[in-house]
Design a protein around this ligand. Structure first.
Ligand code: SAM
Length: 216
């Protein structure tokens, strides 16, 4: 069933002072945007924002940028961040609307991003669509441009095919696999922040797979 478009989303996003309407303007200058030299972590395909809101609130010494291309998702993400922070000033979060396939319009090598989170991206199972995967080598080569040396990609998925292929894509692109977990629930990771999709898959008893890879 198609979700009805949320009319409130665009006005609400635009009235959020941590939403960046024209992110291209900050290309190469994201540290200046945050007005500090703290590390920057990026979430690609943030969806409704449970993950980024909780993570950023917990780690005030890190700057977080979350990207999605669907206004409705970003509307929920902005709400979530505001809810999580309550009366506190939101200084370490930026939310952007952009197509991640064109991520090099928004970041360049001067941005030195320390970590990228990719949670439950679309598995695009049909061979002719696989290039659209956010973990495909075509995308990884783009991320390498702005990922710091020793920078990490943290990836979670429910999908076995995407998980196996992502291990290959990462190695093909010269990343070192530093963690490879086939059942996150069993691994008992107390720091894990559950995303909206993760909760849905866990409710269905599907094992969550996680990979951490480092840029060599
Ligand atoms: C399956 S949802 C997962 C959302 C969230 N990470 C979670 O775990 O609940 C994938 C999200 O990625 C976004 N997305 C997919 N491809 C994208 C692209 N090329 N650029 C920006 N966002 C994208 C979608 O809009 C969607 O919100």
């Amino acid at each position: 069933m198609r979700m009805r478009k949320k009319k409130w989303a665009r006005p609400e996003i635009e009235s959020s002072n941590f939403f960046i309407n024209n992110p291209i303007e900050n290309r190469g200058k994201w540290h200046d945007y945050f007005e500090n030299t703290a590390p920057i972590h990026l979430e690609l395909g943030c969806g409704k924002g449970n993950f980024i809101s909780k993570l950023a609130h917990k780690n005030k010494g890190i700057n977080y940028i979350a990207i999605d291309m669907i206004d409705d998702m970003l509307g929920y993400a902005c709400r979530k961040v505001k809810e999580e922070y309550g009366d506190k000033t939101i200084e370490n979060v930026a939310i952007l609307a952009y197509d991640i396939e064109r991520i090099l319009d928004v970041f360049d090598e001067n941005d030195t991003i320390d970590r990228i989170y990719i949670n439950f991206c679309n598995p695009w199972p049909r061979p002719k669509h696989r290039k659209r995967r956010l973990t495909h080598t075509r995308q990884l080569e783009k991320y390498k441009v702005f990922l710091a040396d020793d920078g990490e990609i943290h990836f979670k998925t429910d999908d076995d095919g995407l998980y196996k292929d992502t291990l290959e894509y990462l190695q093909e692109s010269g990343f070192e696999i530093i963690e490879n977990i086939e059942d996150l629930e069993k691994a008992n990771d107390t720091e894990n922040i559950v995303t909206e999709h993760e909760q849905m898959f866990m409710n269905d008893g599907i094992k969550i797979k996680k990979i951490i890879a480092k840029k060599k």
